[in-house]
Each structure stands twice: as structure tokens, then as C-alpha cells.
Design a protein around this ligand. Structure first.
Ligand code: MG
Ligand code: MG
Length: 253
């Protein structure tokens, strides 16, 4: 079932989204060679809990043990922060974070360069952000979920990359994962119709090589099958009544 949110609920999600955006900005400022992903996780958890009424969405969700998902290089998503995972010059670090505030969630992700990265990594970051922007632009009342996925897929594949298919974006609200699923591929005018008050997380996962993934023995970390680099960017957005572009809720602006 797709739930529509009231203007007041959307304001609460925007307040959660602001904390999410500020958490990502805080993490970004601490990303450098020599830092462990566990240190970043602790910073993020302390920052989120410093806001009255707020807590990390991920910790305990399906028994995930941490505040952040930290996924390095060929890791696509769901990497578990660890004192043993030390960032190195040239790594790509995907950071995914959710915040629950007063009963509602917001969800965002960004991929950061650790120090100087190669040209192929820089281009992957740029294209994945462009793919997210193209998908967000389609989240208008009257469009369909397939319009979002189609736009994301077009940008990624035009650059010679592939999109992960087994993992998708999602509705979000009082539950972290709600209907509808929002794939990063699709056909225009297919799938559920977008309506004002829908809140969805759009999250392209783009691989430099093939689209295939597998899950490591820790039962969380998802990696590219071919070992190629992967990037992940995500925003939570609200579909607006006027048919225009959506409101991005996971921003500090
Ligand atoms: Mg996320
Ligand atoms: Mg998400």
C-alpha cells in the first residue's frame, strides 16, 4: 500500500532529512586516509542522537548493527563500519544514512573520494550524481515510477556503466521501506502513478562494470560480481501537488 503524507508529515520528514544531510556533511569532513569506518559511524551516531527526538534509522533495522552503511570501492551498499576498515588514498567510500524523527524517516546516501582518486572514479561519481538528478526530476505528480528508473538508467548506460537491478529505491515514511519499489531501470509510463504526498527514496547504484552483484559471507555487504567500482547517491523526495519537480527532503538548504 502506498501511503500519502500530509503537509505536516512532510515537514517532519524534511526536519529528519536536514539531520541526514548534516550528518553526511559531517562525515564528509572527516573522510581522509587513515580514518576507520567505525570512527565515522560513531561521529554520525553521536551527532544524530544530539537532536531531541532523533535516532539512527538503520541501527537495529533488520538487525543491522550500525548507524551508517559504509561501502568501499567494489562494495555497492550495506557495508558494516569496522575499526579494521581503514580508508586509503584513492578509495571511494559510499555512506548511507537514515534518521528517524518524531515517527518518520528520511534516507540519503553519497559517495566520497578519499584523497585523490583516479579519473575513472571521478567520472563514475559525476555520472551517478547526474543519474540521481535525472531520476529526481521525473518525480512529478502524473508521472510513473518507471519514468524515474528510465531516466536513471539512460544517464548511467549512456556513460557506459550499468545499474544494479536487485536493489531498488523505495517509498519511505513511518516505515523505512514502504511501497512502491523504485527501480533504477524501467520504461516510461510504467509502474505506479506518482501522486502528491508520496515520499520516495531515489537511489541509483551504478557500477563501472557489469550490473551483477553478490553478498559477502557477513550477509550484509553487497559487492560487484566483477570487482568493478560502484557508486551510490540517494535523496528522499516529496511529490508535490503542482506537477513540478519534487521537494528534496534530505538537504540542509
Ligand atoms: Mg539509504
Ligand atoms: Mg534507501
Amino acid at each position: 500500500m502506498i501511503t500519502l503524507k500530509s503537509p505536516r508529515e512532510i515537514e517532519t520528514m524534511a526536519a529528519a532529512g536536514r539531520i541526514v544531510a548534516e550528518t553526511l556533511a559531517l562525515v564528509r569532513r572527516h573522510v581522509r586516509p587513515g580514518v576507520s569506518t567505525e570512527e565515522l559511524d560513531r561521529l554520525a551516531e553521536d551527532f544524530i542522537r544530539s537532536h531531541p527526538g532523533a535516532r539512527p534509522s538503520f541501527k537495529g533495522l533488520y538487525d543491522f548493527p550500525a548507524t551508517l552503511c559504509t561501502s568501499i570501492n567494489a562494495e555497492v551498499v550495506h557495508g558494516i563500519p569496522s575499526a579494521k576498515r581503514i580508508l586509503r588514498e584513492g578509495d571511494l567510500l559510499s555512506v548511507d544514512v537514515g534518521v528517524w524523527l518524531d515517527g518518520l524517516h528520511a534516507d540519503s546516501a553519497a559517495t566520497f573520494a578519499v584523497g585523490r582518486v583516479g579519473a575513472d572514479a571521478e567520472r563514475l561519481l559525476h555520472v551517478t550524481q547526474e543519474a540521481l538528478a535525472a531520476g529526481v526530476a521525473q518525480a512529478r505528480a502524473g508521472n510513473h515510477v518507471g519514468d524515474i528508473g528510465h531516466a536513471v538508467q539512460q544517464v548511467a548506460e549512456a556513460a557506459g556503466y550499468s545499474v544494479v537491478r536487485e536493489l531498488v529505491g523505495h517509498g519511505i515514511g513511518s516505515s523505512f521501506h514502504e511501497e512502491p519499489q523504485v527501480p533504477n531501470y524501467g520504461k516510461p509510463k510504467r509502474g505506479p502513478r506518482l501522486m502528491p504526498g508520496m515520499t520516495i527514496a531515489i537511489e541509483p547504484m551504478v557500477n563501472l562494470g557489469g550490473p551483477e552483484i553478490r553478498t559477502l559471507d557477513d550477509r550484509w555487504t553487497v559487492v560487484t560480481q566483477d570487482g568493478s567500482l560502484s557508486a551510490h547517491f540517494e535523496h528522499t523526495v516529496a511529490v508535490l501537488p503542482d506537477g513540478g519537480p519534487p521537494r528534496i527532503l534530505t538537504t540542509a538548504d
